[in-house]
Structures are given as structure tokens and as C-alpha cells.
Design a binder for this molecule. Structure first.
Ligand SMILES: Nc1ncnc2c1ncn2[C@@H]1O[C@H](COP(=O)(O)OP(=O)(O)OP(=O)(O)O)[C@@H](O)[C@H]1O
Ligand SMILES: [Mg+2]
Length: 252
């Protein structure tokens, strides 16, 4: 069995204003796993991803990514291993053009300009954002920004993708395209989301958070089929597992 690629050991985090967001979390993720992180608003999903990427550091406990402890002095190594897309793409895009935003990561890590260009082109092609490469990110629509933000982490060629609400602001066709794209990726994927249908389709495993604690960790299909449990956690069955309100049949 391979070593875990992500390892949380009894992690706690409190924001400076005293809000306890993560209250003793332990879990491991193995290479190549796809894990959905779900939970009601304020459950701690974003905080958890930020602890994984070193944007926040635990007040107690330890986080390891690819065997490296997440700490101030390892941040540069951690950021190469794990690509993170923010819940709000405006937090991620800050350059003058989409091209430069996607090139920023590899340039920052000293990749030569020829290789940077190859990576940017490959990432834009994969996500389908070639047509907006010369546009200013702040002038894009929500879905276009989301695409640019995803391409910006792919250009880093990370081992792990950590995504916060990747389907938010996407139209149905763009959402479908993103799910298809992510399905094809060999990376380890950690996806925090309210899009439970996407979790069902993309992630074999689901971790449910409530008030900064893991209340369930198991097979997505089992967890997401249990209406009673889901209700306790402030969630609902994915639409694809609900019966049609008119004819009572389930979606195939
Ligand atoms: N910067 C902050 N300062 C203080 N408290 C915060 C801050 N950011 C988040 N919190 C609090 O920490 C808790 C966890 O928030 P978090 O953003 O991790 O939840 P979430 O599960 O991602 O929610 P959502 O589904 O709304 O995105 C919430 O109670 C929230 O109010
Ligand atoms: Mg969030």
C-alpha cells in the first residue's frame, strides 16, 4: 500500500477573531483518490482546503502533503505539489491577461519561457480557454474566470488538485465539460462542493464536515443515498438520486 499523499493528524484551526473553524480533524488520502468534501455552509470545507495548501496553518496538529509537513518554510514545495483553485476566482487571478495568470506559477518556479509557453498552451487547450488568453481576467464572466483559474493550476503540473466549488458559476454545458475533464485527470483530487451530483459522478469517496469535524467518511454512493443522514448534516440527496416529483421514477 502506498503512503498517504495527504495526511491530517488531529488538526485544529481557529481564526484570529476566535472562530473555531476546524476542531480535531484526522484523515488520509492516497495517491490517485478522488475525494469530495461536503457539508453545509460554514461547515469548514474552505478552511480545510486552506490548511491543506498552507494558506492557513494549524494551531494544533499536523498536515503533511506528499510526505512534507505543511509549514511556513515548506510552502514553496507544497505549492508545487498541490494546485488549489479558490472558491472565488477573483482571489486567484491578478495579472493583466489570462495568459500571464496561467504562466505565473511556472515562471515563478523558474521554468524556462519556452516550457512555460508549452504548459500554458496545454492547460488552456485542456480547459478550453484559448479564446480568452489575451483578455483581462477582471473583465471575464464568472464561468470564464473559473476556467482561467483551473488552467492556472494545471500549468503547474501538480500531483494533487484541490478545488473549492469548481462548478459554481458554470453553465450546465461548462459544468459537464469540467466534470469530463476532471474525470480524465490522473491526479489526486480533493473537491469541496455543494454540487453533490458532481461528487457522485467524480469522487468514489466523500468526507462530510459539520462544525469543523468529520461526521462521515466513506463511499460516496452510500453516503449520498442516505436521505436521513444527509438531512442531519444540512444536506439533501443529489438530484440524480431523487425520484421524479411527477412520475415517481428514479433517473437512470
Ligand atoms: N476569515 C475568517 N475569519 C473568521 N471566521 C471565518 C473566516 N473565514 C471563515 N470563517 C468561519 O469559519 C467557519 C468555516 O468557514 P468555511 O469558509 O471553512 O466554511 P465552508 O464549509 O467553506 O462554507 P461555504 O459552504 O459557505 O463555502 C464558518 O463558521 C465561518 O464563518
Ligand atoms: Mg467554502
Amino acid at each position: 500500500m502506498s503512503h498517504p499523499i495527504i495526511d491530517f493528524a488531529d488538526v485544529y484551526f481557529t481564526y484570529p477573531d476566535g472562530k473555531k473553524a476546524i476542531n480535531g480533524i484526522t484523515f488520509h488520502v492516497r495517491h490517485g483518490e478522488s475525494v469530495g468534501i461536503v457539508g453545509a455552509n460554514g461547515a469548514g470545507k474552505t478552511s480545510l482546503l486552506m490548511l491543506m495548501t498552507g494558506l492557513l496553518l494549524p494551531i494544533r496538529g499536523e498536515v503533511h502533503v506528499g510526505g512534507v509537513p505543511v509549514a511556513k518554510k515548506t510552502l514553496s514545495v507544497i505549492r508545487q505539489k498541490i494546485g488549489f483553485t479558490f472558491q472565488d476566482p477573483d482571489d486567484q487571478l491578478f495579472m493583466g491577461t489570462v495568459y500571464d495568470d496561467i504562466a505565473f506559477g511556472p515562471r515563478n518556479y523558474g521554468v524556462g519561457e519556452e516550457e512555460v509557453k508549452n504548459r500554458v498552451m496545454k492547460a488552456m487547450e485542456a480547459v478550453g480557454v484559448m479564446h480568452i488568453k489575451d483578455r483581462a481576467p477582471y473583465k471575464l464572466s464568472g464561468g470564464e474566470k473559473r476556467g482561467a483559474a483551473i488552467a492556472a493550476i494545471l500549468s503547474m503540473e501538480p500531483d494533487i488538485l484541490a478545488m473549492d466549488e469548481p462548478t459554481a458559476a458554470l453553465d450546465p454545458k461548462a459544468r459537464r465539460k469540467l466534470i469530463h475533464l476532471l474525470k480524465g485527470f490522473p491526479y489526486t483530487k480533493i473537491i469541496a462542493t455543494h454540487d453533490l451530483d458532481m461528487v457522485l459522478e467524480l469522487c468514489e469517496r466523500t468526507i462530510v464536515l459539520k462544525e469543523g469535524r468529520i461526521v462521515c467518511d466513506g463511499l460516496s454512493f452510500q453516503i449520498l443515498s442516505d436521505a436521513q443522514l444527509l438531512e442531519q448534516w444540512g444536506l439533501e440527496k443529489p438530484l440524480s438520486l431523487q425520484r421524479c416529483p411527477i412520475c415517481g421514477t428514479k433517473k437512470e
